[in-house]
Design a protein around this ligand. Structure first.
Ligand SMILES: NC(=O)c1ccc[n+]([C@@H]2O[C@H](COP(=O)([O-])OP(=O)(O)OC[C@H]3O[C@@H](n4cnc5c(N)ncnc54)[C@H](O)[C@@H]3O)[C@@H](O)[C@H]2O)c1
Length: 361
């Protein structure tokens, strides 16, 4: 069977995804690239990938079919556009872009290339979410009108001061207001609602933990979708508390879902006519709704990190190239998942006024 030969740019997060690639049947891990020779040598030895590059341009000149862009966030668009111009398909780490100007640059580069671009939003591929999403698509939720997500992850102690070292987490997540990492939260909800966010409102708590940071400890983004549905997202990278970065909730006219708040809790669902009134069922009672893609994945994929989403995501990317089909998270989806976070910064800076989100078409 033909496989897609993928070159990985950036072997931090990229090394984790490269490991996951071994569980994706249609992917061949062809090359690794990083300007850090030390990191590259370690990743090459761990993964047994012999072809390595310290120059991205050299990897783009090679015979890889596609590039996984896992460089720092502010370089995603630059590196994705370079790859497309070199005739390579792109799977880009999140988020898609760090400014609206970059969003348009990416949109136009993908359109002009005729190649595949997909956002590597692995949270859209989590197993429990695949059940929820298929239940939404099968009509069990009736009409959805509310969704929510929390990303509570304590980075405070791991953020270098901006004057000491160039670090994308500091520049993008600590030195900017609003939700600059919104795709993990909005991505899965965007899929469920099946429509883009047209305006956002953002307010924040102020900063109480890292004296030099500009970002709020907590900010809340309220999103209104194209047809007037409501999404609430909380981001917190600073508070001293147990992490929970996989919380989602959905409310429809006929069902509601809540992800666990603690590792001990189950995924809960209530479906009208099936769940006794006033009670919850365990989501896994509906595992017949697990996606076909998940059912075909090797058993090991379940134990891959983030509930195993990455191997299926890589497989889907390879399949859209081999079958010449629309990427499951194409450039318009990627920008619809990213731009509301960029506009939330403007809303927050202006005291919480509603701000429209550009439409990419
Ligand atoms: N989806 C997820 O769950 C998830 C988790 C972590 C990180 N990420 C994303 O992955 C990206 C990378 O994160 P990270 O933690 O690995 O960052 P990192 O800074 O640790 O690693 C980035 C690597 O890219 C290399 N690099 C940068 N520019 C390069 C160039 N021009 N040529 C060659 N190599 C270059 C650097 O040397 C570095 O090793 C981020 O954008 C982040 O958003 C996603």
């Amino acid at each position: 069977m033909k496989k897609v030969r993928i070159g990985v740019l950036g072997v931090g997060r990229g090394a984790g995804l490269a490991r996951s690639a071994r569980l994706a049947p249609s992917v061949e891990l062809a090359a690794l690239c990083d300007m850090s020779e030390e990191r590259l040598a370690k990743a090459s030895a761990t993964m047994g990938v012999q072809t390595t590059y310290t120059s991205y341009e050299a990897m783009l000149d090679s015979d890889v079919d596609a590039v996984l862009v896992a460089s720092p966030m502010p370089l995603h668009v630059k590196h994705a556009v370079q790859a497309l111009r070199a005739g390579k398909h792109v799977l880009s780490e999140v988020t898609a872009a760090t400014s609206i100007e970059e969003c348009w640059e990416l949109f136009e580069a993908v359109r002009d290339s005729g190649l595949k671009y997909m956002l590597a939003e692995n949270y859209c591929y989590m197993r429990p979410w695949s059940i929820v999403l298929n239940m939404v698509r099968a009509g069990l939720f009736g009409e959805l009108y509310y969704g929510e997500s929390d990303q509570l992850q304590d980075f405070a102690s791991r953020l270098p001061h901006p004057d000491t070292v160039a670090n994308w987490r500091t520049s993008e997540l600590a030195m900017r207001k609003g939700h600059q990492y919104i795709t993990h939260d909005l991505g899965p909800l965007y899929q469920a609602f099946g429509e883009r966010v047209r305006q956002v409102v953002c307010l924040g708590s102020g900063q109480h933990h890292v004296s030099w940071a500009k970002a709020d400890d907590t900010c809340v983004v309220l999103c209104e979708t194209e047809s007037g549905k409501l999404i609430r997202i909380r981001l917190d990278f600073f508070s001293r508390r147990p992490n929970n970065y996989e919380y989602y909730g959905l409310q429809g006219t006929k069902a509601c879902y809540e992800a666990p708040r603690t590792p001990e809790e189950p995924h809960r669902i209530h479906v009208e006519g099936q769940t006794p009134p006033g009670t919850w069922q365990n989501l896994w009672e509906y595992d017949q709704y697990l996606s076909e893609g998940w059912k075909k994945m090797p058993a090991d994929a379940i134990n891959d990190h983030y509930d195993g989403g990455a191997p299926l995501m890589l497989e889907d990317f390879a399949r859209c190239i081999l079958d010449d089909t629309r990427p499951p998270i194409d450039v318009v989806d990627a920008l619809n998942m990213t731009a509301p976070g960029l506009m939330s910064e403007i809303s927050r800076e202006r005291g919480g006024v509603p701000v429209e989100v550009p439409e990419f078409k």
